[in-house]
Write a protein that binds this ligand. Structure first.
Ligand code: NAD
Length: 325
């Protein structure tokens, strides 16, 4: 009997083909809400998860599940404790989407620097005002402050420093061996106080959730922009809305929000100096193809008794205990 792999959301051909060529049975899910997955998971040995949340209830409903692969770099949407309790391995796909997210962070900075949302809104009715009076700047020579300088933050730093001659400051207590175009910040506060653009690239952890709030926003210059392509939970959204409404910072670009999909009543949607998007950092064809293949390879390795390359860090110990060294 072949192993059965649940796909609550479609994945690109690269991963599908890899699994089909190796004799796996693929089950396209009936949906990706909790109840859909609970219904579909029975009898499945593995699952590739895109944006679906994998809750304790889903894990409890699984009767044959051995491994879950997260189609991306974040894994905060999976209940790791529940999975560990049932000895279900969690894999992910770090680096697969780093280029895409880094490019998007640069796009957001460029968009903010030209006040592009306001220019687009005004120029048909008030060409001259949009051209001459809307505040616009170069990125060249500006200070980019990064919070988190791992795979994505590192690429943003390189593109900003070498491509746009920005000065890059970074705060990351765990990063070592930074290239010479990144200046380590003396403290976290320095990032908020000195930067023209603050860009967030940390995972959602107990240390980082709600770590950008009233205090951090108050330290920012009133000409500075906040760019968030990490997780919506990192930012205290109500404090951010207040800072934007009171013009204490110049604007924001938010790929991620606390509530996704966005609430149509969210005031951020209608602010001229705020760009929001439906979490599109990783949603390029290239990143999706890489993530799809990385997940497929990881599942095949694990189910074939080989050590997968990308377990989520808290699960490495379980692989050791299983003798997969
Ligand atoms: P990564 O693990 O390579 O880098 C994260 C960095 O954050 C690490 O260097 C780590 O040392 C640092 N860090 C951890 N805690 C910190 C803290 N308290 N203060 C400062 N730095 C801290 O991850 P990555 O691939 O660069 O991804 C970063 C995050 O981006 C992911 O965890 C995910 O939440 C998010 N992401 C978003 C999208 C999107 O579509 N918008 C796509 C991929 C990833």
């Amino acid at each position: 009997m072949s192993y059965k792999i649940l796909l609550p959301q479609p994945i690109l051909e690269s991963g599908r083909e890899y699994l089909l060529e190796r004799g796996y049975e693929l089950l396209d899910g009936s949906g990706f809400e909790e109840e859909d997955i609970i219904r579909d998971i029975k009898g499945c040995d593995a699952m590739i998860v895109r944006t679906a949340k994998i809750t304790k209830r889903v894990i409890e409903a699984a009767d044959r599940l051995k491994v879950i692969a997260r189609h991306g770099a974040g894994f905060d949407g999976v209940d790791l404790d529940a999975a560990a309790e049932k000895r279900i391995m969690i894999l992910y796909a770090p680096r697969s989407n780093s280029e895409s997210v880094a490019e998007l962070a640069i796009f957001y900075m460029l968009y903010c620097s030209r006040n592009f949302k306001l220019v687009q809104k005004l120029y048909k009715d008030d060409y001259r005002f949009a051209k001459f009076n809307v505040e616009k700047h170069e990125l060249n020579g500006k200070i980019l402050g990064l919070v988190g300088v791992g795979n994505i933050g590192g690429l943003v730093a390189r593109k900003a420093a070498l491509g746009f001659d920005m000065k890059v400051l970074a705060y990351d207590p765990y990063a070592a061996g930074l290239p010479d175009y990144i200046t380590p910040a003396a403290c976290r506060e320095e990032i908020f106080a000195k930067s023209d653009y603050v860009s967030l690239h940390v995972p959602a952890t107990p240390d980082t959730v709600n770590s950008v709030g009233e205090k951090e926003l108050a330290m920012m210059k009133n000409t500075a922009f906040l760019i968030n392509t990490s997780r919506g939970t990192i930012v205290d959204e109500e404090a951010l809305i207040r800072a934007l409404q009171e013009k204490r910072i110049a604007g924001a670009a938010l790929d991620v929000l606390r509530q996704e999909p966005i609430d149509p009543a969210n005031p951020l949607l209608n602010m001229d100096n705020v760009l929001t998007a439906p979490h599109i950092g990783a949603a390029t064809r290239e990143a999706s193809a890489r993530s799809s293949l990385t997940c497929a390879v990881g599942i095949d390795d694990f189910l074939s008794g080989r050590r997968p390359e990308f377990p989520v860090p808290p699960m490495k110990k379980m692989l050791d205990e299983m003798g997969l060294n």
